[in-house]
Structures are given as structure tokens and as C-alpha cells.
Design a protein around this ligand. Structure first.
Ligand SMILES: Nc1ncnc2c1ncn2[C@@H]1O[C@H](COP(=O)(O)OP(=O)(O)OP(=O)(O)O)[C@@H](O)[C@H]1O
Ligand SMILES: [Mg+2]
Length: 312
């Protein structure tokens, strides 16, 4: 297996009033080169924190991150900047991540100039990148606010591609866009992946998006990984009660198919100073005594299909 990234028991805790917030609480997985690895789960489950910790916007609390066979867990300063040549991030809201006072071409050139490229070469490369992401030359001197959401996300993608990264962490890259534009951006990401042999971590709360784009999907619940499988397998045969509830909420394409939407009851546990036991126990209809006391271990129940549940 041609592994590009391995995360082992990764934790990111934040000191907050009232204690320790376990945003990411012991996540392990490996990603193959060229793969699209989907990360799903409801708001606040730690998806963005996971992505931001991998790329060192946050320093990990504990665990290990290996990237291209190198331990990058506790790098800092210059090493973090060097990492950005090989790993990049695309943000949900392109507008807030783009400097409103810079023109499009300057925004895309900026990482190249910081990396030491000569201005003329950087301009040429930025121009090529604009073409690559489908932005007309006419927009070179525009400002981000003059462009629509889809074009702004194209700037974000061009900028992320500037230093020729191998891995891109896409954090809800289409969630802020109109549905018609979403498909264009997703297709652009797929084309670029093919052309540039990119690996993606694709974070989203939108299951139809993840189904369309991912090779494998990891389901998170309150900082934990509850299930991981190939996309087809996960949608056909979800095993964790949380995954089942999540998938039942996706509108069915087949209108004849009667679909029962499962409503989750019970309170979401707090990520601050969490108690031992399954984080999903309070909302799970299959809960037993052991769920309230012991953390479920992640088990491979079928080749490549992992689930953390006491009742599987
Ligand atoms: N810098 C921070 N300081 C303190 N707590 C944080 C910080 N960043 C995130 N959190 C907390 O960590 C938890 C996970 O947040 P995160 O943003 O990773 O969730 P998410 O799955 O990306 O949610 P969403 O779908 O809404 O983007 C939340 O409880 C959040 O409040
Ligand atoms: Mg997020």
C-alpha cells in the first residue's frame, strides 16, 4: 500500500473555561496516495480541528502524524512553513480566507513570493494556475468581492495549488456555495486530482457530497472515529447506530423507495472533560451497561470496514 499520511491516536484538546475540551480524541487512520478520504459527522464533532491539527494550524496534544514517511507530529516554525509546500488547506468560506485588499493575481502569487520565487516567474505561474482552475485572465486585476462564490473558491483552490502540494485538506469547500456551483467546484477538484495526482482529505457534513467524491469515509462523533469503510460499503452497510441515523437523514433519490428517517433523541454529550464510555451512549437506542462505562474499541469487522461499537 502506497501510504502518504498516517495518523495514530491523534488528540487535540483545548483548555477552555470549565476544563479540557476533547475536540479530537484518539483518531487513527492511513491514507493512500491519490485517495479521497471523506470525513463526516455533525457540527462540532471535530472535523475541522482534525484537519487543522494535521496541517499544524493547531499543534497536536498527543499521538503521531506521519507524512511521506516522516514524523511531523511536533514540528514548529520553519518546518511548519516547509510542510505547506507539500500539504495545503482549502477553507469553507473562500471570502473570509482571501485578503480583500489584494487582487486575484496577487493573492495567488503571494505563497510563491513568500517561497522565494522571482516576481516575474510567480506572475507567470499564477496566471497558469488561474487557467488551470478555470478563471479567466480578465479577473487578474479584480478584487475578491467583485467575484461570485464559485470564482472565489477557484481562487482559493489556485492558491492552494501554487506550491504543488501532494495532499490537500478540503474543509467544507462547497458548503457555502449554491447547489449548481457546488457541482462545478467538485468536478474541478476531481479533474485536478486526476491531473496532478493529488490526495484529498475531504471534510463535509453533506453526505451526498461525500458519496460523490470519496473513496473511503470516516464517520466522527464527538472527537472519536465511530466508523470507517469504503464509500460504497458504508452507504450500503452502515454498522454503527450513529452512522445509520446519519445516513437515514439523506434524502433518497429513488422516490418509490420508502425511507424511514431516524430521529436521534437524547442529549449530545459535552466534549469538555468527557466521561468514559461511548460518547454516543446517551442517544443510542441499543445502549447497554458496558456502553456507559467502557470506551468501545475500533474493530475491523470486515476487510477495510472498521467500527467502534460494543454491540456489533
Ligand atoms: N480554537 C479552539 N478553542 C477552543 N475550542 C475549540 C477551538 N476550535 C474548535 N473548538 C471546539 O472543538 C470542537 C470541535 O470543533 P470543530 O470546529 O473541529 O468541529 P466541526 O466538526 O468542524 O464542526 P462544523 O461542522 O460546525 O464545522 C467544538 O466543540 C468546538 O467548539
Ligand atoms: Mg468545521
Amino acid at each position: 500500500m502506497n501510504v502518504i499520511l498516517t495518523v495514530e491516536n491523534l488528540k487535540k484538546h483545548f483548555e477552555v473555561p470549565g476544563g479540557n475540551l476533547h475536540a479530537v480524541d484518539g483518531i487513527s487512520f492511513s491514507i493512500k496516495k491519490g485517495e479521497t478520504f471523506g470525513v463526516v459527522g455533525e457540527s462540532g464533532c471535530g472535523k475541522s480541528t482534525l484537519g487543522r491539527t494535521i496541517i499544524h494550524i493547531h499543534q497536536p496534544t498527543s499521538g503521531r502524524i506521519y507524512f511521506e514517511n516522516e514524523d511531523i507530529t511536533f514540528i514548529s516554525g520553519r518546518q511548519c512553513r516547509d510542510l505547506l509546500r507539500r500539504m495545503q488547506f482549502i477553507f469553507q468560506d473562500p471570502y473570509s480566507s482571501l485578503n480583500p485588499r489584494m487582487t486575484v493575481i496577487d493573492i495567488i502569487m503571494e505563497p510563491l513570493l513568500i517561497d522565494g520565487m522571482k516576481k516575474r516567474d510567480a506572475r507567470q505561474r499564477a496566471s497558469n494556475l488561474m487557467e488551470m482552475v478555470g478563471l479567466s485572465k480578465a479577473f487578474e486585476t479584480s478584487y475578491p468581492h467583485e467575484l461570485d462564490g464559485g470564482r472565489r473558491q477557484r481562487i482559493g483552490i489556485a492558491r492552494a495549488l501554487a506550491l504543488e502540494p501532494k495532499l490537500i485538506i478540503c474543509d467544507e469547500p462547497v458548503s457555502a456555495l449554491d447547489v449548481s456551483i457546488q457541482a462545478q467546484i467538485l468536478n474541478l477538484l476531481l479533474e485536478l486530482q486526476e491531473e496532478l495526482k493529488l490526495t484529498y482529505i475531504f471534510i463535509t457534513h453533506d453526505l451526498s457530497v461525500v458519496k460523490h467524491i470519496s473513496d473511503r469515509v470516516m464517520v466522527m462523533y464527538l472527537g472519536n472515529m465511530v466508523e470507517l469503510a469504503e464509500t460504497k460499503e458504508l452507504f450500503r452497510n452502515p454498522l454503527h447506530p450513529y452512522t445509520k441515523a446519519l445516513l437515514s437523514a439523506v434524502p433518497s433519490i429513488n422516490i418509490d423507495e420508502k425511507q424511514k428517517r431516524e430521529i436521534l433523541h437524547g442529549e449530545i454529550a459535552s466534549p469538555i472533560n468527557p466521561m468514559p464510555g461511548c460518547r454516543f451512549a446517551a442517544r443510542c437506542k441499543h445502549v447497554t451497561e458496558i456502553c456507559k462505562t467502557d470506551d468501545p474499541k475500533l474493530m475491523e469487522v470486515k476487510a477495510g470496514h472498521f467500527v467502534a461499537c460494543h454491540n456489533i
